[in-house]
Write a protein that binds this ligand. Structure first.
Ligand SMILES: [Zn+2]
Length: 119
């Protein structure tokens, strides 16, 4: 295991990039049944484009992080759950246990996400 960046997220136009570090908290599905990965907010670091990154309040709660220039949404952040929701699944899901507390899971479910149960 390494503490280096897990990966990088960039918007379509390339103005904003975010570094994702550490390990995901779990995986699930969003309201449209698309796969998502839950990360601690602290795992997300700004790579570049701080001036172009805008946090917009989401109607369901939390904030959409998006690029002012191309309007692409990079992730959904929720302060209450302290979770960042990224589209897609981690490349290696084998080691991904669900590390979400029950209250975090409830909060995410209230936002319309379904947390995948690890069986
Ligand atoms: Zn952009």
């Amino acid at each position: 295991m390494s503490n280096g960046p897990y990966g990088q997220l960039a918007c379509r136009c390339g103005a904003v990039s975010l570094l994702v570090c550490g390990a995901p908290l779990g995986v699930g599905r969003d309201a449209t049944d698309a796969p998502v990965t839950f990360w601690p907010l602290a795992a997300i670091q700004l790579g570049q484009g701080g001036d172009e990154l805008e946090l917009l309040p989401d109607e369901r709660g939390g904030e959409a992080w998006h690029c002012r220039r191309c309007d692409e949404r990079l992730l959904h952040g929720d302060d209450e759950a302290d979770v960042a929701v990224l589209a897609g699944l981690p490349e290696d899901t084998d080691g991904t246990g669900v590390a979400l507390t029950t209250s975090r899971q409830r909060r995410l479910e209230a936002l319309g996400y379904r947390v995948a149960a690890k069986t």
